[in-house]
Design a protein around this ligand. Structure first.
Ligand code: SAH
Length: 342
């Protein structure tokens, strides 16, 4: 039997596990605190006796991640390419804002959702990340950059709701007072629209911010950009979002990547307004990033601002995403892809 990977357990699972191997419950608190400080061996856990450290070494494991590549942008954005214990790689992006250090992390190695504009989906999903591997991105980025992380954005490689159990476990761990203590309100989760899972998440009582990747306003166009729409169409998706809002009383963010002369017309903005009218929501416009597998072009800033103004005039709060890290491969999947090809 392999060693128990402690960061794959929740706090209460860790307590139960320690009780089952004859340890006192309070040991779980001590070990949990060390794990989320980024220790790499039991020897660093100086408040445990030498005997206990030896015992834990034999049966448990502290996972770590190796930095394969690190890119630092002029604006302070740091992009990490990590190597996991089986040699697979994933990316995270640590941002540097005046008000804090958000990190965008991956939830899967690759992705099965097949969005036509996205670099992460090329080659499909290799595997899910474990809860510990999702946490490790936060833990080791904070350690490497010597900073404390203010916000978590689940928007890197993968579809978080396609790895539901590990992602919710991760959220509870990173949220735990004995760990990194990052409040759920400082966590956002982005999904391409897995309707059943959105409803399930609504019932978890985790007050995070849900972002939904919409990108088109009619089913024909959305299905051609995002195959997931053939399974859950726009109407079903928006129903699930309304359910989420009703249950959580939280504002939902709709992500809309603007692709030149594909989905950036005035009619699209008007149709988007009609779809979202009356919902507690916010729209975030993203100038699409060109990836080498497609020939989508970014809309011009003029078209983007017009699109925003149309929505704003009708009373929908709309922002345009700042293009941080544009001088490095800062959008998801690009660094892993380049590494795999190279
Ligand atoms: N699977 C989740 C989260 C990962 S993608 C989701 O689909 O939401 C994070 C966001 O980046 C999504 O809104 C996604 O649609 C968007 N995105 C992916 N590729 C992009 C690209 N080339 N340009 C702009 N946005 C992109």
């Amino acid at each position: 039997m392999g060693k128990v990977r402690l960061k794959d357990l929740t706090y209460s699972e860790l307590e139960e596990y320690f009780l089952s191997i004859g340890l006192k419950k309070f040991r779980a608190r001590q070990v949990f605190e060390w794990l989320y400080k980024g220790v790499e061996s039991f020897d660093e856990m100086t408040n445990l006796s030498l005997d206990l450290r030896e015992k834990l070494k034999e049966i448990c494991e502290i996972t770590t991640m190796k930095i394969v590549e690190k890119q630092i942008s002029r604006d302070g954005t740091v992009k990490y390419l990590w190597e996991l214990s089986d040699g697979e790689t994933v990316e995270s992006v640590l941002m540097d804002y005046k008000h804090g250090r958000p990190i965008c992390i991956s939830t899967q190695v690759g992705c099965n959702m097949g969005c036509k504009f996205c670099a992460s989906t090329v080659g499909g999903k290799v595997r899910d990340l474990t809860a510990g591997e999702i946490s490790d991105q936060v833990i080791f980025a904070a350690k490497d950059s010597n900073c404390s992380i203010s916000n978590i954005v689940l928007m890197g490689i993968g579809e978080p709701l396609d790895n539901y159990d590990n992602v919710t476990k991760f959220i509870r761990n990173i949220n735990h007072f004995a760990g990194m203590n990052i409040g759920a309100r400082h966590i956002s989760l982005s999904t391409c629209g897995l309707v059943e899972r959105i409803k399930q998440l609504a019932n978890e009582e985790i007050p995070l911010t849900l972002s939904v990747s919409l990108h088109a306003t009619n089913n024909e166009k959305r299905s051609s950009l995002m195959p997931v729409n053939k399974k859950y169409n726009i109407e079903e998706l928006l129903d699930a979002c309304r359910y989420y809002i009703e249950k959580t009383n939280r504002r939902v963010t709709f992500e809309y990547a603007l692709i030149n002369e594909v989905n950036d017309y005035k009619e699209d903005a008007e149709a988007l307004f009609k779809l979202l009218k009356g919902m507690l929501c916010h729209v975030n416009l993203i100038p699409v990033n060109n990836v080498d597998t497609n020939n989508f072009e970014k809309s011009s800033m003029e078209r983007i601002e017009k699109f925003r103004d149309t929505l704003m005039k009708k009373g929908i709060t709309t922002t345009i995403r700042r293009g941080l890290g544009s001088d490095i491969d800062a959008s998801c999947g690009q660094l892993r892809r380049r590494h795999r090809k190279g």
